[in-house]
Each structure stands twice: as structure tokens, then as C-alpha cells.
Design a protein around this ligand. Structure first.
Ligand SMILES: C[S@@+](CC[C@H](N)C(=O)[O-])C[C@H]1O[C@@H](n2cnc3c(N)ncnc32)[C@H](O)[C@@H]1O
Length: 196
């Protein structure tokens, strides 16, 4: 059996956790934006959690790698090759619900399943893609500075901000710790936080 292409996205996140976080985040009736949409995990989760409409965008074109579950929902739109800072200014929304790029790595969080299902390693996976020069995956402090600036902009616009503030234990990187240096942070579920 050929495994679904969406699993090749180098920094994909858990659908189960995203669904739970979306449920607890109070997205019901809201217009939600995920400007780092990737395979659409959070877009789907927000739509399932009762969002009125969900916009997802990404600097790359991941249209061939979308999660198959997206076919179960209708109230969303996806835009490709849009920089996140541009997206927050261009698309009307009430809530930012997003999973920012991992500054520390681009070679996949589930190499064992990649080897099992596709016969490829994390580093081979990395070489399969040629990313846009503005792609922030694995760009260290550039990524952090950009995401902090984006969140600050959103708060200034009076929008709610819910972030998947994940920890990359392999590289000793922790979004929650970083966000706490700049903002007040309230845990919603596991690594998902509301930034205020
Ligand atoms: C952690 S991944 C999101 C994964 C997604 N939640 C999923 O489950 O598929 C971060 C995403 O940010 C995108 N990205 C990186 N730099 C960007 C930028 N400057 N503007 C918009 N998107 C960007 C990457 O292409 C990647 O898809």
C-alpha cells in the first residue's frame, strides 16, 4: 500500500493533538487563520471545532501533500506561496491558530515511519524538497525573531493568538520558553498555548 503523501511534509504535526487544542481554544463561530498551514492539520482541526471559516496559507505549495481529512470539511480556503506576515495583513480573521516553523530542523519528526512507509531517511527527505528562500524552517534565530514579530503584530491588531508552542527535545529547543520571554502565555492543551 502506498502511504499518503501528506506524511512527507518535513514538519507535520499531530492531528489528534490539533483537534483537541482546537476544541479547547474556543474557535466556535470565529474566522481563523493559519499562515503556516503545511498539510492543513490545523485548518482541518479549526473547521471541525466549529470555526465559521478557516484560511490556511503557506510560503510553499503543499497542495499535493494535504491531509485527506480536509475533504470532510468545506468552510476553508488555502493559499500558496504567501509569506506569513503578508497573510496576517491580507486575510481577515479573528483568531490566529498556527503551528510555526521549527527553527531547529527540517528533516522530519517521524523518521522511523518514513523509513518504514517510504524507505527514506530524514536527510534524504530534506534533499527531496527545494524550499522558497523565505522559508523559515531550520533558520534558527531568524525564525524566532520573525514569529515573535508576527505574534506581536497580531496582538496589536486585537486578535486572539493560539500557537502550537512545541518542544524539540533533540535540539533543546522550546517555543513555550521563548514565547514566555516576550508574552504572557496560557496553556490550552499540551503544547498549545494562548498568547496574550
Ligand atoms: C511546522 S510546519 C506546519 C505544519 C502543519 N501544521 C502540518 O501539520 O502540516 C511550518 C510551515 O511553515 C511554512 N513556512 C515557513 N516559512 C514561512 C513563511 N515565511 N511564510 C509562510 N509559511 C512559511 C513551511 O512551509 C511549513 O509548511
Amino acid at each position: 500500500m502506498v502511504a499518503a503523501l501528506y506524511r512527507l511534509h518535513p514538519q507535520q504535526t499531530s492531528l489528534r493533538d490539533a483537534l483537541r487544542a482546537a476544541e479547547l481554544a474556543g474557535l466556535d463561530g470565529q474566522v481563523v487563520l493559519d499562515p503556516f498551514a503545511g498539510t492543513g492539520t490545523l485548518v482541518y482541526a479549526a473547521a471541525r471545532a466549529g470555526a465559521r471559516f478557516v484560511v490556511g496559507s503557506d510560503i510553499e505549495d503543499w497542495s499535493e501533500y494535504l491531509r485527506p481529512q480536509l475533504s470532510e470539511v468545506q468552510n476553508f480556503a488555502l493559499y500558496w506561496r504567501v509569506d506569513a506576515m503578508h497573510a496576517v495583513k491580507r486575510f481577515e480573521h479573528d483568531v490566529l491558530f498556527t503551528d510555526p516553523p521549527n527553527p531547529a530542523r527540517v528533516d522530519g519528526s517521524a523518521p522511523i515511519s518514513l523509513v518504514r512507509d517510504f524507505g527514506i531517511s530524514g536527510s534524504q527527505l530534506k534533499s527531496m524538497f527545494s524550499f522558497n528562500e523565505r522559508n523559515l524552517m531550520g533558520r534558527e534565530w531568524v525564525t524566532v525573531t520573525y514569529v515573535v514579530r508576527l505574534i506581536r503584530y497580531e496582538l496589536e491588531q486585537g486578535r486572539r493568538v493560539v500557537v502550537h508552542a512545541f518542544r524539540d527535545s533533540g535540539r533543546d529547543f522550546d517555543w513555550k520558553k521563548i514565547l514566555r520571554r516576550h508574552f504572557h502565555v496560557r496553556t490550552i492543551y499540551d503544547d498549545y498555548v494562548e498568547v496574550v
